[in-house]
Write a protein that binds this ligand. Sequence first.
Ligand SMILES: *[C@@H]1O[C@H](CO)[C@@H](O)[C@H](O)[C@H]1NC(C)=O
Ligand SMILES: *[C@@H]1O[C@H](CO)[C@@H](O)[C@H](O)[C@H]1NC(C)=O
Ligand SMILES: *[C@@H]1O[C@H](CO)[C@@H](O)[C@H](O)[C@H]1NC(C)=O
Ligand SMILES: *[C@@H]1O[C@H](CO)[C@@H](O)[C@H](O)[C@H]1NC(C)=O
Ligand SMILES: *[C@@H]1O[C@H](CO)[C@@H](O)[C@H](O)[C@H]1NC(C)=O
Length: 146
Amino acid sequence: MENMIMGFIFLPMLLSQSFITALAMSQPNFTTDQSALLEFKTHITSDPLNILFSNWSSATPVYNWFGVSCGDLYRRVTSLDLSNINLTGSLPSHLGNLSFLVSLNLSRNSFNGHLPPELGKLRCLRFMDLSFNSPDGTSQVRFGCF
Ligand SMILES: *[C@@H]1O[C@H](CO)[C@@H](O)[C@H](O)[C@H]1NC(C)=O
Ligand SMILES: *[C@@H]1O[C@H](CO)[C@@H](O)[C@H](O)[C@H]1NC(C)=O
Ligand SMILES: *[C@@H]1O[C@H](CO)[C@@H](O)[C@H](O)[C@H]1NC(C)=O
Ligand SMILES: *[C@@H]1O[C@H](CO)[C@@H](O)[C@H](O)[C@H]1NC(C)=O
Ligand SMILES: *[C@@H]1O[C@H](CO)[C@@H](O)[C@H](O)[C@H]1NC(C)=O
């Protein structure tokens, strides 16, 4: 009888715990941020100063990577500043998984192609500077969730 009562009490707790775990696993997290940035790296076709190719290594945590800043709380990426280093490439949809990103500065490079619509998922984004990339792609955008 006592076991049954315990079961009634704990079953919902166990269920909700696994529900929360499942939910957490489907959400972007610290690991997702790293894979988003590594995907971004594969979209770089030219890195003449050899910055990302030598520095963005999965052997070191993303918060030690050039141009990357993370928040203290969850160690999620909050800022990406790769301005003015002559990168050529395009932007992958995976950037939309950097869900804590506040500032994205890719100005003064040669990024081309479309902005992935997934960037619209970045609800914390306040600053996005893509100026001086392709001649028709001069944009400096400010919006945000705060
Ligand atoms: C982070 O997300 C990945 C991919 O969805 C998942 O495999 C991993 O278990 C998650 N890690 C944590 C700590 O939630
Ligand atoms: C990557 O760059 C950062 C910032 O310049 C530097 O602190 C770090 O030591 C570099 N890491 C490697 C592995 O070169
Ligand atoms: C982006 O970086 C450039 C310098 O490389 C700076 O002039 C510009 O103000 C930055 N943009 C934002 C929105 O912070
Ligand atoms: C970027 O490339 C331009 C033209 O190729 C060059 O003049 C400039 O010095 C380069 N910038 C850096 C930071 O290397
Ligand atoms: C991240 O984004 C890409 C493309 O938008 C997607 O395929 C991937 O499943 C996303 N989630 C994780 C956890 O990497």
